[in-house]
Design a protein around this ligand. Sequence first.
Ligand SMILES: C[S@@+](CC[C@H](N)C(=O)[O-])C[C@H]1O[C@@H](n2cnc3c(N)ncnc32)[C@H](O)[C@@H]1O
Length: 209
Amino acid sequence: MGLNDLQEERLMNRLGPEDYQSNRHIRKILNLAQAFKGDVFYDLGCGRGQLCVVAVAEFGVKRAVGIELHRGRAAKAAERIQEMGLTDRIEIRNEDFMESDLHDATIVYCGLGEVDEDVALFGRKLKTGCKIVSLFLPFVGILPAAADYPFYLMKVPFRKTKDVSLWTSKVLFTDASVEELYQELDTDREYRYDKRTFKRMMKKRFPSL
Ligand SMILES: C[S@@+](CC[C@H](N)C(=O)[O-])C[C@H]1O[C@@H](n2cnc3c(N)ncnc32)[C@H](O)[C@@H]1O
């Protein structure tokens, strides 16, 4: 049975970029979130598990959890963690993070494109004060607390806005129109998420559009 448009859109959005973050970028993520020894760090879609390794080995977080849907990747990540002798501090779970228990997370990284459910899901699953770092864009209609492009930091409970100009100014770091934001994404060679999904969510979250 073929996928309908919406299912295909979701799948494309969830695949994310094929490559992994470099250690430089990983340090940016963890610095942005001010990771330290009291934190429990989750990487949603952890691939080879390198974010968890850097979080534990360099930033000293007390525990890291990498969640990976792809069985082979999860197995490989678990093998690496074992070889590095970090199994007491890093757990790799082979599951869909949409179904995961995230209750003890204090910092979450999600580098995958946003889908409709995310804001409600994370708002429900993450505890108050939890920081979530996204890639390329904050969640649509959520004001970031800080940014170090390409990463945006949001905090639970989310600060929502229906003011599209305000949100756009936080995304682009200057006053700009929505058209300018769309143009920016069209010309940004780094941005690899599905723009149809993004524009659909913009219309849904900002009634003025
Ligand atoms: C590009 S990798 C990123 C790895 C790592 N977070 C990084 O930034 O270096 C994205 C990973 O997310 C995984 N993934 C996608 N959707 C997922 C889901 N719903 N639950 C768990 N993992 C998922 C993919 O299999 C892929 O390995």
